[in-house]
Design a protein around this ligand. Structure first.
Ligand SMILES: C[S@@+](CC[C@H](N)C(=O)[O-])C[C@H]1O[C@@H](n2cnc3c(N)ncnc32)[C@H](O)[C@@H]1O
Length: 297
């Protein structure tokens, strides 16, 4: 995809009410036009985030990111051995940690993302402490999902209901430990919070007059230019279309008429399922949404 297509999509997204542009991958620091796209997003008043494996954050790359990156999120999958195993590289942990002094010196606000599996909750406290010692502003715990490489290489490693419930308690403890010192973000939700806030999960209001960001957020642009709701690898049935065929506003106009109703139905059905009573009430809303979407024929 030419960088100009992304530039156009970023400014169009801003006009449609989106306030944050996040760059992931693949490895976004390998993408040469990244600084150009970050500058473009900042010029349009957006907040920017970059998610990286942290292995290539040389002084030159950090100089390009400084001033246009609001949050640099570095992946940290546990102690050196676990991190390297998860990433299939003996060098992953050391190469990342070697870059951290330069990251700190760059003054780019940074954090770490810890991928929670069925087997690594016992390393979360260590990872939080590592993040804090390194000067991180954010520690995010994101559950493994069966997408991408994980769908064939890490089968059976996504945290089950019991592990998720244990993680909920452990994250609560970590959150209290770092209160006022480091932001802790946990990407699982308690069913009670979900039941009490239905308007955060589905929406039956009119589509025609509201900005796209109020109808579907986040939006993901996939490597082939397809614009997807909610997450990488989401069911193609719900795609807004492709940037290789039309601009984002053109896709949005058509989708308001044809696609939005179906997405509303999906969100409502997922909400009803998520709100059911269950003994272990910690849910992965995004994963449930993806599973419901994949099950629709
Ligand atoms: C897909 S990576 C891309 C950016 C970069 N290459 C990296 O390693 O951070 C973005 C984030 O998603 C996480 N991730 C990758 N596959 C995942 C999966 N199947 N489930 C949950 N998180 C995943 C990574 O650990 C990383 O924090």
């Amino acid at each position: 995809m030419p960088a100009s297509t992304f530039e156009r999509a970023i400014s169009d997204a801003r006009s449609e009410g989106f306030a944050v542009a996040s760059f992931s991958g693949g490895e976004p620091t390998l993408y040469k036009p990244l600084p150009q796209l970050l500058r473009h997003a900042k010029a349009y008043g957006m907040q920017t985030t970059v998610t990286s494996n942290g292995m290539l954050l040389t002084q030159a790359r950090l100089d390009d990111l400084a001033g246009v990156t609001d949050t640099l999120a570095i992946s940290l999958d546990g102690i050196r051995e676990s991190h390297n195993r998860m990433r299939g590289s003996d060098r992953a942990f050391d190469a990342m940690t070697e870059c951290l002094p330069a990251v700190r010196a760059s003054k780019i606000p940074f954090g770490f993302i810890f991928t929670l599996t069925q087997y690594n909750l016992d390393e979360a406290a260590w990872a939080a402490d590592f993040a804090f010692q390194q000067g991180a502003a954010l520690f995010q715990i994101h559950p493994l999902e069966q997408v991408g490489r994980a769908s064939h290489l890490l089968v059976g490693s996504r945290p089950d209901d019991l592990e998720s419930a244990c993680a909920y308690l452990e994250v609560d403890r970590i959150r209290r430990q770092y209160e006022g010192k480091m932001l802790i973000q946990f990407d699982l939700i308690h069913a009670t919070i979900l039941r009490e806030n239905p308007d955060r999960f589905f929406d039956e209001r009119d589509a025609m007059t509201r900005p796209l960001a109020e109808l579907v957020s986040p939006l993901v642009i996939e490597p082939d230019g397809r614009v997807m709701p909610f997450g990488y690898g989401f069911s193609a049935r719900y795609a807004l279309g492709s940037l290789t065929e039309a601009t984002l506003p053109q896709l949005a106009t058509a989708w308001r008429v044809t696609g939005y109703r179906e997405l509303q139905d999906l969100c409502l059905a997922t909400f009803q399922d998520a709100a059911k009573h269950r003994d272990l009430p910690i849910l992965n809303w995004w994963e449930m949404l993806g599973e419901h979407a994949a099950a629709v024929h």
